[in-house]
Design a protein around this ligand. Structure first.
Ligand SMILES: Cc1cc2nc3c(=O)[nH]c(=O)nc-3n(C[C@H](O)[C@H](O)[C@H](O)COP(=O)(O)OP(=O)(O)OC[C@H]3O[C@@H](n4cnc5c(N)ncnc54)[C@H](O)[C@@H]3O)c2cc1C
Length: 467
């Protein structure tokens, strides 16, 4: 019987392991940290709930309102009219654990272990020996063990060790930075079923920034391509400033950063090692969406292993595994390309971003965008819609020049009047001044006041009205 090791217990690995175990294939799923909370916005499309048979209990919030906010703070509301339609917001620690445990219930050997090294045999053709630290005993360093298998699925994310072992080649990554912020009840109520997307050079030169509702807080973050990585903390300040009136009196409870692949790796199958999810490089441009594609690629790869091995009766070849790549590229190649073009066109400068937000006000554009996101299907458009969209794009593009701002200001509060806001900000400023006065009489005070953004895990109140 075929022996398969799946390295990485995120959505891609768990979905691969689930399918393999269901088919009776001897499957090991390695996850270094069983309570891992992957830094992530946690937004999943509606079709994923049905396709992957996800229980409602793992969805914290059902978002059916989306606000797009342009550099000049033009706000465009997108509402999903059908009450059955929503974007699911999940906590990754809950979501990942559910998928992992389901795979284990179906017969996967779930190993709480860090795969440290892989012997790949002559010419990387196997047999494959995994060297891993087994943490199941509870110790901090783990017990060193080995396991020999016939095939490896690399589902170990953007810093994949399987990719290194198989010499998959490098890919460019974007860097995403995110703060989890707990808000007062009034501010949190506004984000009950609403997510915000901000664009502007202040928040990202080539991507967008977001405020996404989570279980009892919001995730506020931004991303940018690798070449702009040094700007990331300044960009995070940009989104905190722009959304500052909506995040009033928020408390940062967690700070996290993680790479996001920008494109697939040069080699995704070598010998009998195949990459899936972020390890392969399956995050879309424009939206930065990766959870669905991770789960789907894990599933498709596993299905190909089952088919080519005759349900585990023989060992598939490299050529067999590459059929998974062919099917994947055929199904999603165009989606990745279109989203890459959209990102290059609409996220490149402020006039283009103004045009992008203006276009999102159009019902046809909204339906097109949401249908392709929620259901992962290409929506056919009729010739009249094509003409209309072309004219709309051109018009919006020209008008965008006029709307692009020379500076950036915070969007108004969504739950408080300007007067109340001014009073609260004045009170905060007075408090901050008094605290500064008290602190500056202490030795070393200046150092403390000039502290950079909180380090991972630290709590730091947002300075209200810092704009
Ligand atoms: C800040 C941020 C926000 C995002 N927001 C969204 C969003 O809202 N919606 C969306 O669809 N996508 C989002 N993404 C992308 C999404 O998080 C990824 O595409 C997705 O998690 C990929 O899943 P995966 O299973 O391939 O990899 P991962 O989720 O990275 O899982 C890899 C797993 O492997 C484990 N692992 C790694 N190395 C080893 C090893 N050597 N041994 C054992 N275990 C190992 C890790 O602990 C981890 O659990 C976001 C990404 C970031 C960084």
């Amino acid at each position: 019987m075929l022996r398969v090791a799946v390295v990485g217990g995120g959505p891609s690995g768990s979905c691969a392991a689930e399918v393999l175990a269901k088919a009776g294939i001897e499957t090991w799923l390695f996850e270094r940290k069983l309570d891992n909370a992957k830094p992530c916005g946690g937004a999943i499309p509606l079709c994923m709930v049905r396709e992957f048979d996800l229980p409602e209990s793992i969805i914290d919030r059902k978002v059916n309102n989306m606000k797009m906010i342009s550099p000049s703070n033009r706000e465009v509301d997108i509402h999903l009219d059908n009450p059955e339609e929503y974007i699911g917001m999940c906590r990754r620690e809950v979501f990942d654990a559910f998928l992992r445990n389901r795979a284990a219930d179906l017969g996967t050997h779930l190993v709480n272990g860090l795969v440290q090294r892989i012997d790949t045999g002559s010419n990387r053709q196997g047999p494959y020996t995994l060297h891993y630290a087994d943490y199941s005993g509870g110790g901090p360093t783990g017990e060193l063990r080995t396991l020999e298998v016939d095939l490896i699925v690399g589902a170990d994310g953007a810093n994949s060790r399987v990719a290194k072992a198989m010499d998959a080649g490098d890919y460019n990554v974007a860097i995403a930075f995110q703060e989890r912020i707990r808000l007062p009840p009034e501010e949190m109520a506004y984000y009950e079923d609403l997510a915000e997307m901000y664009v502007g050079t202040d928040v990202s030169p080539d991507f967008y920034a977001w405020v996404f509702p989570k279980y009892d807080h919001v995730a506020v973050g931004t991303g940018t391509m690798q070449k702009n990585q040094s700007l990331i903390k300044g960009l995070q300040k940009g989104i905190r400033l722009r959304a500052s009136k909506r995040l009033l009196h928020g408390e940062v409870i967690k700070v996290e950063a993680h790479p996001i692949p920008e494109h697939p790796r040069p080699r995704r199958v070598v010998g009998r090692m195949a990459l899936v999810g972020d390890a392969a490089g399956y995050v879309t441009k424009s939206s930065g969406e990766g959870i669905y594609f991770a789960a789907k690629s894990g599933r498709m790869c596993a299905e190909e292993i089952i088919a080519s091995s005759g349900n585990g009766q023989r060992i598939p070849t490299e050529k067999d595994l590459k059929v998974y790549l062919k099917k994947w590229d055929k199904k999603y190649g165009a989606t990745y390309k279109v989203l890459e073009i959209l990102q290059n066109v609409f996220y490149s400068n402020d006039p283009a971003r103004e045009a992008f937000v203006e276009m999102c006000d159009d019902k046809d554009v909204q339906r097109l965008t949401f249908d392709s996101y929620l259901y992962k299907r290409v929506v056919p458009i009729n010739p009249w819609q094509t003409v209309k969209l072309t004219l709309l794009t051109l018009g919006a593009y020209l008008r965008g020049q006029a709307f692009a701002p020379s500076g950036y200001t915070p969007v108004p509060s969504a739950v408080r009047s300007e007067q109340e806001m001014d009073e609260l900000l004045a009170a905060d400023a007075a408090k901050a001044l008094a605290a500064h006065g008290a602190a500056s009489s202490q030795p070393g005070a200046n150092q403390a006041m000039s502290r950079p953004l909180a380090a991972s895990g630290e709590r730091e109140p947002i300075l209200a009205g810092k704009s």
